[in-house]
Design a protein around this ligand. Structure first.
Ligand SMILES: [Ca+2]
Length: 323
């Protein structure tokens, strides 16, 4: 939804640079930025929690601003929509996502899928759906490597067209996810009729849950419910060790967050994935080894860092179940 005042946005520097700080951004020239290619997707890894492998990367738009640094979508997305550039923006992100898959293929990471955020009103228009199918085929990628994350900032209108389009995408092999579940307009009712593969639980439900037994039990119930309809659960916003402990204990399927890997440009993603793979073989990546150890119950490879076993984590889950 468009805003009429200058928003306060979070702005971060390059990967590995200074921590986030806040800037006030006034009127922005998003049209020019799109034309100049200044707005591009960065990619955040999503880990499967049964084996610790990166199965997908989510495309998150970043405006590489010439003077203000790296701007997140809350600085410019509303303006893009306000200026009627939403479809062009999504098309541009899609093209970058397909190019990302080609780059990953060339680098030997053909097992990694890409997830892109798609507004509900984009799905409603059959032209967009057909374009997604066509461009994916032309790029030579199997649709199963494209995860469509359905997002909305207004109530979703259930109608025959949109349902048919979702079923068309599923029939072609695309992976469908409902984004930001548990907040805003992402309602329980959507789980009843949408042909979804994944439900992405909003970060707000995970934050503070490790210290909030009521919140953790709610999260546990959502995971059970989603598994009950045959879909998988992704949790966003895993940013602390306690968050990881919790999602492992609750049998969440996939996790994403700055603790596991921040969003990064494609040029940084490829060496990051390659380094992760190498370190996985040699036992050198601290975070990843801890993740693997936690999932398998193996002893961590870093004896100086005490890490609870899987059995301990089950006990951790029981704390929430019986309190
Ligand atoms: Ca998303």
């Amino acid at each position: 939804m468009a805003t009429t005042h200058a928003p306060t946005v979070t702005c971060t520097g390059p990967v590995g640079a200074t921590p986030p700080h806040h800037l006030a951004v006034g009127r922005t020239d998003v049209r020019g930025a799109l034309a100049r290619g200044e707005i591009e997707p960065w990619f955040q890894p999503e880990f499967h929690l049964t084996d610790g492998k990166v199965v997908a990367v989510e495309a998150l738009a970043r405006w590489v601003h010439p003077t203000l640094g790296i701007l997140r979508p809350d600085a410019f997305l509303a303006q893009i929509v306000k200026e009627g550039l939403g479809v062009a923006f999504t098309r541009q992100i899609l093209a970058s996502c397909l190019a990302c898959l080609s780059t990953l293929d060339r680098a030997g990471h053909g097992e990694v899928a890409v997830a892109m955020n798609v507004p509900w009103d984009w799905i409603v228009d059959r032209k967009n759906v057909d374009e997604l199918i066509r461009l994916t085929a032309e790029a030579g990628h199997h649709p199963s490597r494209v995860i469509v994350e359905i997002v909305e900032s207004a109530p979703l209108v259930r109608n025959a067209h949109s349902l048919r389009h979702l079923n068309v995408l599923r029939a072609h092999g695309f992976v469908l996810a409902l984004d930001d579940f548990g907040t805003g307009y992402s309602a329980l009712e959507h789980l009843r009729y949408m042909p979804l593969n994944y439900i992405k639980i909003d970060r707000s439900l995970v934050e503070r849950c490790s210290n909030d037994k009521r919140g953790a039990r709610l999260l546990e119930g959502i995971v059970t419910m989603v598994h009950g309809i045959g879909a998988a659960v992704t949790v966003e916003g895993v940013s602390r060790e306690e968050d990881l402990d919790l999602v492992l204990a609750l049998h969440v399927d996939l996790a994403q967050g700055n603790l596991l890997g921040e969003a990064m440009p494609i040029d940084a993603l490829v060496p990051w994935l390659s380094r992760l793979r190498t370190d996985r073989h040699h036992g050198g990546h601290r975070m990843h080894q801890e993740l693997l150890s936690a999932m398998t119950g193996d002893q961590p490879l870093h004896p100086t860092h005490a890490h609870p076993s899987r059995r301990d984590r089950v006990g951790f889950a029981s704390d929430f179940s019986h309190s």
